[in-house]
Design a protein around this ligand. Sequence first.
Ligand SMILES: C[S@@+](CC[C@H](N)C(=O)[O-])C[C@H]1O[C@@H](n2cnc3c(N)ncnc32)[C@H](O)[C@@H]1O
Ligand code: SF4
Length: 453
Amino acid sequence: MIASNYPFLTNELYDVVRLFGAEVEVEHALSYENGVFSNSFSVNGERFSSEDVHVCKDELSFKRYAKRFSKLALYRHLAKLYGEMPWGALTGIRPTKLAYAERKEGRAFEPLFRQMGVREDNIALIAEILSHQRAIYEGNKGGLDLFIGIPFCPTKCAYCSFITADIRYTERYLDDYLTVLEKELAGAKHLLKDVKSVYIGGGTPLVLDEKRLERLLKAVKDCSLSGEYTVEAGRPDVFTRGKLDLLKDYGVNRICINAQSFLDETLVKIGRRHTAKDVFDAFELAKGYPFSVNLDLIAGLEGEDEGDFAHSLKSAIACNPDNVTVHTLCLKKGAKLKEETDRLDGSVIDSMIALSRAYLSEAGYAPYYLYRQKMMAGNRENVGWTKPGKACVYNVDVMEEITDNLAVGANAISKKLCGGGRIERYASPKDIPTYLAKIDEIIAEKDKLFEET
Ligand SMILES: C[S@@+](CC[C@H](N)C(=O)[O-])C[C@H]1O[C@@H](n2cnc3c(N)ncnc32)[C@H](O)[C@@H]1O
Ligand code: SF4
């Protein structure tokens, strides 16, 4: 149980407790007088307090510093009991946004990160990421990215908590889904001005057969877009030459061929129907096409140790992708694997992440975007790595929230930047039948979001 005299702090304190995975009772009281924040805590009956000085100019700044100092005080206490965390008291999804916010106020971000207990290697990583995404970040002149969600997969992977389903159970919706997507895209055409990038993801878009895939690609083509165009083609078990030909013919210039692991034993355990050889074969096939290729790996998969992960990293590098995204296993509700992963040892994950940084840097990749999620094994992060000049615009835009995002499909979240850091969102229904039934309402809501704000 966590209680605070300022209710807006309860969730923030809960996020700190969750970092340690500990069962603790927290009572918290904050007072603010003459520029002094006084935080008093009782944690499992043990009392402590701290004082920090900051003169707040308005309500917004009060909230910001109240969060910062109360989280920090609780973090320091719990870190003494359970050990330090790689990102210290930072619990947000986007540490890079916090770094930019400091820079915008004329300060270096490093002192704040140090104050929050972030480890030096992670501070250095953030600095590297900011420098490698600079061209995209600083070249940003607004505009919009288009996301198209295809929540269908060949099988559901055991670790995955995305809203997507095994196509055996959802195939009956597929044609209607495409019809509604066509309608949604046509309905959004007048909003699709100055589109910087298109991303078809999900899900596994290449689970569509060639006829259906062409319908989808044609609907996008009818919107007359240009620029970066990614299809998260996804699993190598759905790759065919015919589908890749279609992607090329319709102007796709970036695809993902995701391995997750290069150990066949792991791939069986996590319910993916392909082998490591299938990944190599998919890369061989993709060589004949003008695509930039991304490959996803996950650190911390069931039963894997550092040696296994090193094998996956080396195999990934041998495939020579333009981008490698190293995810850390995330323990969200909805994934079958949750039971096993709860017991993962943070130090094993730490070694895996250290290996990924060493091997990928050595192979000529640079980190260019990063995000964190709640419930990640070892409280780590996901990092996108790129070869020089191959950074994905869409990923930077989405992570840094520097462009509008018009998202179509079930469970697609559109975002409109409204100035002053405020973002308006619209999320379409998660389940496919509701999405299909409500399409007219969804189109109208999106019109309202992008035209009125
Ligand atoms: C939306 S999924 C789509 C990728 C594609 N369907 C595939 O599986 O190859 C994007 C990526 O998120 C990562 N991912 C999904 N669930 C995850 C989890 N529970 N923990 C860590 N990474 C996860 C995987 O690396 C996956 O490739
Ligand atoms: S990881 Fe990819 S293929 Fe597996 S269930 Fe999730 S979205 Fe589908």
